[in-house]
Design a protein around this ligand. Sequence first.
Ligand code: SRM
Ligand code: SF4
Length: 574
Amino acid sequence: MTDIVVPKEHSANEHLKLASNYLRGTINESLENPITGNITEDDSQLTKFHGCYIQDDRDLRMARKKKKLEPAYSFLIRIRVPGGISTSEQWVAMDNLSNSHGNGTMKLTTRQAYQLHGVIKTKLKDTIYQINEAALDTIAACGDVNRNVMNSPNPLASSVHAEVQEYVDAVSRELTPRTRAYHELWLDNELVAGGEKEAQVDDDYEPIYGPLYLPRKFKIAFAIPPRNDTDIFANDIGAIAIEKEGKLVGFNVAAGGGMGTTHGLPETYPRLASIIGFVKPEHIVETMVRLVEIQRDFGDRVNRKHARFKYTIDDRGVEWLQEEFNKRASFDLLPIEEYEFTTNMDAYGWHQGVDGLWYLGLFIEHGRIHNKDDYELKTGLRELADLHICDFRLSGNQNLILGKISDADKNKVIEVLNKYAILEKIDESSAQRLHSMACVALNTCALAMAESERYLPKLIDKIDKITKALKIDDVPINIRMTGCPNGCGRPFLGEIGFVGKSVGRYNMYLGAAHNGERLNKMYRENIDENQILAELVPLLEEFAETRNENEHFGDFVIRRGFIKATKEGMDFHQ
Ligand code: SRM
Ligand code: SF4
């Protein structure tokens, strides 16, 4: 046990983490309590570190209350997939679990993870066990630790992709918590496929995090220019791979990104990570660890709304961070290398990788894998997975890339996708729909103030009519929506962003850069669908008539003076 004392003024979560004995708390007792489908409030904070959130079906809340029933509790389980690369066997396992243990759907998240929803308490342990049997895990998918490490999932023409992915895996391993609680609680202390070796040590010991873990969640992403398809600037740390003559020479390192804000609290704001220097490939893992340790030691443990790395940095300055880093690391930060990002979106359709194999980018609207109406997306992808002729790569834009397809298997893939009309979705969707993203929100998210995933497709139907009439439906515009200002669909990086205020009402934001290098700014507050469309029509008309060649919508609205450019997080509200 530790002799650390948490100061009285530190938040309740800090006291809870310390008392939890490396994330055990009373989770076992909560799981065994047959009286309720819920767990205690304290345990609900701790299960996050194990990758699960207790939720209730918000569509059923009122009806159940009237019948004096407790809410329809179930768990969300988030499954880490570093860099988004999973095998066809893993897809099959997730698909099976979503049917047998979940609500029949899978969600591909904005951070390249799988999510299962609707897992009731009595099935939780077995679900996590089976996830680990499929050589995946859920530890640190949530909680005050480093989350799923992102990477561009599509090698396209980059010869350095495989090498970058090795660093992604190394960073992910290095920053995975070592507590044995995960194995004790969910795996009966056995090591199943993919189990962490470190779990064998006798005493709990967290060499990087310590018993208090981090002050708040922590996120890392890698990207390989020219594609910023992981939105690296929205992360606590971003690594931009620098390639020269086909060789990986190192990474520009960016620190202090984050999206979360709270309505009515201007001291909370989204911030894009600042590039602090360049490091050689062999130093990237140490770089990540040192930066995590700086946040561990300096992050705000009193006020959780001010506890992300972005505030630690803004309170002290980027130069302070660079100095502190150089003091702690075994090498110095080097001058930033040149790079260029052109887009933060995925490449749809077929691409041949440098390995000679084929990669196929599919459009999955808002990451939801289900059969709906006559579109049997889930059945089709399962049929394909059962052939075991490709891998399944989750993108940071909630899409899917089928990877490593041989020439010989290409037609088999096309046959299955055509049978279920999955490829058609790309051709029949407007460029605005293909560039849209929405968070989960209702009916599962406890924090949602408005619809998002269930509503954005319908709003885009209406926007499509406008852009079609103006003949700009082939112009990519990033449209992002979230049901609250926490920013899970990175709405403040949308060229058009919508953030839920209350049922049917949204704040509307304009002016982010198409490549994820500039935040947007609020244009209209608390408006409904009619007002949204009325605001969009004149903007899109003028865009269609007067846009410069290849000009992006986010740049256009700034050039034409509809909105001021947001230069840094601290001027987001100005
Ligand atoms: Fe998120 C909380 C869903 C990516 C910022 N997020 C939540 C919870 C767990 C709600 C809760 O705490 O009860 C949501 C569960 C909804 C549900 O039913 O599934 C939720 N977040 C998601 C996902 C599934 C959205 C999606 O549609 O894909 C994404 C899962 C990513 C993953 O695989 O790890 C997701 N969340 C993000 C992102 C985007 C990113 O990381 O690139 C952000 C903004 C970036 C950032 O962290 O700043 C994000 N989520 C938040 C926040 C605000 C954090 C903050 O600094 O203020 C919360 C609330 C909190 O932490 O207090 C939150
Ligand atoms: Fe829920 Fe808000 Fe995140 Fe959407 S942005 S999933 S509503 S917490």
